[in-house]
Design a protein around this ligand. Structure first.
Ligand code: PLP
Length: 418
């Protein structure tokens, strides 16, 4: 009986359409997933025994193998050892966690900050702690999986508003207010697949009108946007109207871990009640030491210069692809309504099987991209998610654009169909 139940669960997952495509591609050796790398994360990475241009990372500032970040990690490893073997609550807090929290709070200009083991846990540990029975969590439909997971983790009612549609959000909040339900709103600053931005200024206004608690996940915006490079709330001049911001160390900060910033009260209840904070081991010393070095670097003139280079590279890649006639997702729109470039450059391919084939052709040409297909993006809207780093050169990006052009050009498509 027990065995049967287990089989049903496994079969249900195996029968999933998206999973079947991945399996078929794996059998043909064409899957983009779980490719093992043999060298550090940099503009060119050894994958499957040969160097390939890395356009599928989130290493926006190119800090993953920066000497100062590696030195921060190394010193922490040598002083504190390989692992904490415990939760922050008990034996897992080292001086570096506190130093990093103080540094982040100072950087974001908030009363307090809290460091988590991963970015996913930052969202689970904030949303999942604050919202409870009788509350409503209103998430952007395209918000990161960790924000949706966080909502599921609570006893609150979880609903979604249409992606980046402030009127849809206002409607949901008005309905919650009418029922006397406290509401929390969760959005990404930069959306991870298409690279578009949340209009945080208008979202913050609507939240204030309806007394809703706003959380902006700055994962892809940290180190890239805003005068102090703290993210999209800053870019939109709405940092003082965003009571809670979360982020990860796994992108621009280039190690592993996550954080949340806010008032003393908010951060304190998360620190003392957050299950995703309390019931897990703390980040390993090397990750915390590396993150501290990276944050300090981002706050220096070099950080500004790297952010500028990253965005100049994104602009260059976009322009190169457009000039070759390659279809891109809509550009992001900034606070003044003008187009804004983000490090994420999504090339729309369409139907999933075609996207897998194109991904593999590109890989064979020496370019590693990330492939997003349903359910990460809408059905038949699969895309090659390209992301630049500050360390790419224009020559690298020109080479990549040409490879993408070759792979997507109509002649090749005809050959593939025939
Ligand atoms: C928007 C967003 N939030 C949170 C996370 C989770 O961060 P981490 O990888 O540190 O768990 C990610 C990672 O993909 C993300 O894209």
């Amino acid at each position: 009986m027990l065995r049967n139940q287990k089989n049903q669960m496994v079969r249900r997952l195996q029968d999933n359409w998206s999973m079947k495509i991945v399996r078929a591609m794996q059998l043909e050796g064409k899957s983009p997933y779980f490719r093992a790398m043999q060298s550090a994360n940099s503009p060119r990475v050894d994958i499957d025994g040969r160097p390939r241009m890395m356009l599928g990372s989130n290493n926006y500032l190119g800090l993953a193998d920066h000497p100062l970040v590696m030195e921060g990690a190394r010193k922490a490893l040598e002083r504190f050892g390989a692992g904490s073997t415990g939760s922050r609550l008990l034996n897992g807090t080292i001086d570096l966690h506190l130093e990093l929290e103080a540094e982040i709070a100072d950087w974001y200009g908030t009363e307090a900050a809290i460091v988590f083991t991963t970015g996913h846990q930052s969202n689970l540990g904030t949303v999942g702690t604050l919202a409870g029975r009788g509350d409503v969590i209103v998430a952007d439909a395209d918000a990161h999986a960790s924000l949706h997971d966080a909502a599921r983790f609570t006893d609150a009612q979880s609903i979604r508003f249409r992606h980046n549609d402030v009127d849809s959000l206002a409607e949901k909040l008005a309905a919650a207010a009418k029922r006397g339900r406290p509401a929390m709103v969760t959005v990404d600053g930069v959306y991870s697949m298409e690279g578009d931005l949340a209009p945080v200024d208008r979202i913050a206004e609507v939240c204030l009108e309806h007394n809703a608690l706003l959380l902006v996940d700055e994962a892809h915006a940290v180190g890239v946007f805003g005068r102090n490079l703290t993210g999209v709330s800053e870019l939109y001049g709405a940092a003082d109207r965003t009571p809670l911001r979360t982020g990860t160390f796994s992108k621009s900060i280039a190690t592993t871990g996550g954080f949340a910033v806010g008032s003393h009260d908010l951060i304190d209840v998360i620190r003392t009640n957050g299950r995703a904070f309390l019931f897990t081991a703390s980040g390993v010393p090397a990750a915390v030491g590396g993150a501290l070095a990276a944050v300090r670097l981002i706050r220096s003139a070099e950080g500004q210069e790297r952010a500028e280079r990253c965005l100049a590279n994104a602009r260059f890649l976009r322009d190169s692809l457009v000039s070759l006639g390659i279809p891109l997702a809509e550009p992001a729109i900034g606070p003044d309504g003008a187009e804004i470039v983000t490090p994420i450059v999504p090339v729309i391919v369409g139907e999933s099987l075609r996207a897998f084939a194109k991904w593999h052709e590109l890989y064979e040409r020496g370019v590693f991209a990330a492939l997003a297909h349903y359910p990460a993006v809408p059905l038949d809207h699969a895309l090659l998610r390209l992301a630049v780093t500050a360390e790419h050169t224009f020559a690298d990006l020109e080479e990549a654009a040409e490879a993408i052009h070759k792979v997507l050009e109509p002649d090749n498509e005809r050959q593939l169909v025939a």
